[in-house]
Design a protein around this ligand. Structure first.
Ligand SMILES: Cc1cc2nc3c(=O)[nH]c(=O)nc-3n(C[C@H](O)[C@H](O)[C@H](O)COP(=O)(O)OP(=O)(O)OC[C@H]3O[C@@H](n4cnc5c(N)ncnc54)[C@H](O)[C@@H]3O)c2cc1C
Length: 189
């Protein structure tokens, strides 16, 4: 498990180094996507910010800064844990945003199977393990587009909370604005 695991930030006072190392994987970290220094440092910073009572998202600030300071990262490097996470959420929320309002029985079965397969094969072992538990506790709701969008938003918020990230308000208005059709002129193509 990681710092970003279900046991919360797990660090107090002087054990921030141990906590930091924990975020960088551990015995169960068997993939390159686990051994991700940038993601680990971002998470550690966010937790420190939260412990200090900061409302802001120190991790994102760090990520942006470190990204700017980092030597040019070769574009064909394997993805980091954060790269995979952001791309996966982008795909999942987009897929949910365009899921049918009235799915067929086959649509519903395939979507449930897809989410369960994702939870099994997600390429960060501790993220996958937590996601499997969450999907067991709250199985995919695939009856309608709205059901799926809200279920996914809740799942994403569970991870956000674990990582100390801001929560998203899970209304269809917000979700469609973010993932389907934005009213922001900057988003118009
Ligand atoms: C299934 C799954 C499990 C994961 N588990 C872990 C884990 O255990 N540990 C770990 O370190 N990382 C995990 N990740 C990755 C993590 O969730 C983030 O993707 C990663 O930290 C990068 O975060 P980000 O700041 O780029 O924004 P992301 O969290 O990737 O979000 C991308 C965008 O989605 C929007 N958004 C945010 N919240 C919501 C919401 N609730 N509903 C709809 N839209 C929203 C925002 O506009 C945001 O900018 C997981 C990812 C997935 C897909």
């Amino acid at each position: 498990m990681t710092s970003s695991n279900s046991s919360g930030d797990g660090s107090k006072g002087g054990d921030s180094l141990a906590s930091l190392l924990k975020t960088m994987g551990g015995d169960d970290c068997d993939r390159p996507a686990c051994d991700d220094t940038k993601s680990a440092l971002s998470a550690a910073l966010r937790r420190m910010d939260r412990r200090r009572g900061g409302g802001g998202d120190g991790g994102d600030a760090f990520t942006e800064k470190s990204a700017a300071d980092a030597p040019n990262r070769y574009r064909d490097c394997p993805p980091t844990r954060d790269d995979i996470g952001a791309s996966t959420w982008l795909f999942l929320h987009s897929m949910a945003a365009w899921y049918p309002n009235k799915p067929t029985r086959e649509d519903k079965q395939l979507m449930s199977a897809f989410m369960n397969a994702l939870a099994k094969f997600y390429p960060c072992s501790w993220c996958a393990s937590d996601f499997q538990k969450n999907v067991q506790l709250s199985p995919p709701r695939t009856e309608t587009r709205e059901d799926l969008c809200i279920w996914l938003c809740e799942q994403h918020n569970i991870v956000n909370e674990k990582l100390g990230k801001p929560l998203f308000h899970c209304s269809m208005k917000n979700l469609d604005e973010r993932w389907r059709k934005s009213s922001d002129s900057n988003c118009q193509k």
